[in-house]
Design a protein around this ligand. Structure first.
Ligand SMILES: [Zn+2]
Length: 258
């Protein structure tokens, strides 16, 4: 029996970049708009966030913005003040302290930047991901995002966070990338692919992300196939993570899935 009660996708910002960053060797010169999503999972046994988006201070403080994004592979994402996670929580009558677990699919800046709001929570991350991030395996890791005094819960295998919420290892985009399978109380299960699949095109055509850990394209494609197999076997919907068309069809906050 699932312990999940409600599931909210939250839009925390948008970024624009060349499509090749999402679909390897496809879309040169084509700029796409990508949502930066976070997911709030309410359960009978605590609240979980999948990812925490960007650090608002690095986007809106002029000095930090210059430092982090001036020479970056693409410009700073856009993030409206009311797209910060605490503002979404506030609208639900919740505070940061009401989040028990932050599950980081991976630690790139647009996924782990918001950790600074959740220093009280248990932060779940794959052991190899934390190591790759600290080793600065690629330039999308901002060391400062995850170097604070956090309550890390390092994992090195698939496991259930609570009943009906299962971590799935999907390395490829990064060393220790994880997706999440969520069984809802009423509707179809949902798999958050995370950056194992930015776009529906990655899933349908089995295209690797532009950025692959150690350029291991095969590993990334194996993870996409693994997610498709789990989706087939369980009847779960497989959700891409940075697909604006897909996002536009999702239930928008404060609507939720149950
Ligand atoms: Zn990433």
């Amino acid at each position: 029996m699932t312990e999940v009660t409600k599931f909210y996708p939250l839009l925390t910002g948008k970024s624009c970049y060349e499509k090749t960053l999402s679909t390897r060797d496809r879309g040169t010169g084509q700029i796409i708009e990508a949502p930066i999503l976070v997911y709030l999972i309410e359960t009978k046994n605590g609240r979980i966030l999948y990812d925490v988006g960007c650090d608002y201070n690095k986007i809106c403080g002029p000095n930090l913005r210059h430092y982090y994004y001036n020479n970056f592979l693409f410009g700073p994402p856009e993030m409206e003040p009311d797209q910060q996670i605490p503002n979404y929580l506030d609208k639900l009558g919740l505070r940061e302290l009401d989040i028990d677990i932050v599950f980081c699919g991976h630690l790139h800046f647009d996924h782990a930047g918001g950790l600074c709001e959740f220093s009280h929570a248990e932060i779940h991350v794959h052991r190899t991901e934390l190591k790759a991030a600290k080793d600065q395996a690629d330039e999308a890791y901002f060391l400062d995002d995850f170097s604070g005094d956090y309550h890390w819960h390092e994992i090195n295998a698939e496991y259930n966070l609570v009943g009906g919420v299962r971590a799935i290892e999907t390395p490829g985009h990064t060393s220790g990338h994880m997706s999440l399978y969520i069984e809802l109380p009423k509707g179809q299960p949902i798999i958050i692919a995370g950056d194992a699949a930015d776009l529906m095109e990655n899933i349908e055509n089995e295209i690797a992300p532009g950025l692959c850990w150690e350029n291991n394209v095969d590993l990334a494609i194996r993870s996409i196939r693994k997610l498709k197999r789990i989706s087939r076997e369980t009847g779960a919907e497989l959700w891409p993570n940075h697909d604006i068309q897909f996002y536009n069809k999702m239930r928008q906050f404060p609507s939720f899935y149950e």
